[in-house]
Design a protein around this ligand. Structure first.
Ligand SMILES: O=P(O)(O)OC[C@H]1O[C@H](O[C@H]2O[C@H](CO)[C@@H](O)[C@H](O)[C@H]2O)[C@H](O)[C@@H](O)[C@@H]1O
Length: 267
């Protein structure tokens, strides 16, 4: 098995998806490139985005991993880069924020016509819908309904309707008690592919760990590179009956066990 600059054609078709033994994880190798999701993996899910707790020692662990894998460790998150740097201070790692739309040293994404107005409508929607809240990011909006799960279908409907009014249309991505409406053009898979084209990631075996629907693009991409896709938590219900529930080939039951494994990688 080898990593490379481009995904192997035909690799990662998903035929063996989900066959990784539950609770077991791949044998660590020094030539891995690690791609780490944040919420639900590095940090536990909390009632609101601001309420998350970074466990003591986690930034230092990330810094040790960064050294251990010769710099080939990146955060791949729906959060903004500013949030990632604040959460993991003093560690400043290679990172893709906003599901791949935001990269360090890359020019900002041009916004769709109507993007600002969509934010204004969503502000009014959450003001009128107790238990929801909006998280504004430079390239998108996340509408959270964790405090009122019954609002989920309404949030989804409003997000999908608003996504069509901009030019170009926005992308709608459901997540854990959240619906995100964001600029098109990137996802976690394209972010990982971008990292893999440059040092220190190039030529390594990519390993992506995630827990959510938005992480499926990342799982598919590392599979295509001949790498390892690891899902934290139980698989979601399949989108259509009979379809594979996830492209991830390995499972770890919860975020705490994943972080224990991560500690082992840094030794
Ligand atoms: O790609 P990730 O790093 O996993 O980020 C995905 C989204 O995570 C955050 O929302 C989620 O976590 C919150 C805190 O635990 C939780 O309250 C919320 O219900 C979850 O959806 C974050 O707020 C979003 O911006 C990220 O896109």
């Amino acid at each position: 098995m080898s990593g490379g600059e481009q995904p192997a054609a035909g690799a990662g078709s998903g035929t063996d998806a989900g066959t990784g033994p539950a609770g077991l994880l791949p044998e660590p190798m020094p030539d891995w490139a690690l791609f780490l999701d944040v919420d639900g993996c590095l940090i536990d899910i909390a009632p609101t985005p601001d309420a998350v707790v970074v466990t003591p020692g986690l930034p230092e662990l990330l810094q040790r991993l960064h050294g251990r894998f010769d710099g080939a460790v990146a955060l791949v998150s729906g959060r903004t880069l500013g949030e990632l740097d604040r959460l993991f201070h003093p560690a400043v790692l290679p990172a893709a924020g906003q599901h791949g739309l935001e990269r360090r040293d890359h020019p900002p994404v041009s916004l769709a016509r109507g993007f600002i107005e969509v934010g204004q409508v969503l502000e009014r929607f959450v003001a009128d819908t107790p238990g929801t809240l909006i998280e504004r990011k430079s390239c998108g909006y996340a509408v959270h309904y964790r405090a009122r799960p019954s609002a989920g279908p309404a949030v989804d409907r409003v997000a999908r309707a608003l996504a069509t009014v901009t030019d170009p249309p926005l992308t709608v991505v459901p997540g854990k008690m959240v619906v995100e409406v964001r600029m098109p053009g990137a996802d976690k898979g394209t972010a990982i592919r971008g990292f893999m084209q440059d040092a220190p990631f190039r030529g390594r075996i990519p390993v992506f760990i995630g827990d959510d629907v938005t992480d499926e693009d990342g799982f598919a991409m590392v599979n295509a590179f001949g790498g390892h896709s690891i899902r934290v938590g139980p698989p979601p219900p399949p989108a259509t009956p009979g379809a594979p529930a996830t492209a991830a080939r390995w499972m770890v039951p919860d975020a705490g066990l994943f972080r224990d494994w991560l500690h082992g990688l840094a030794l």
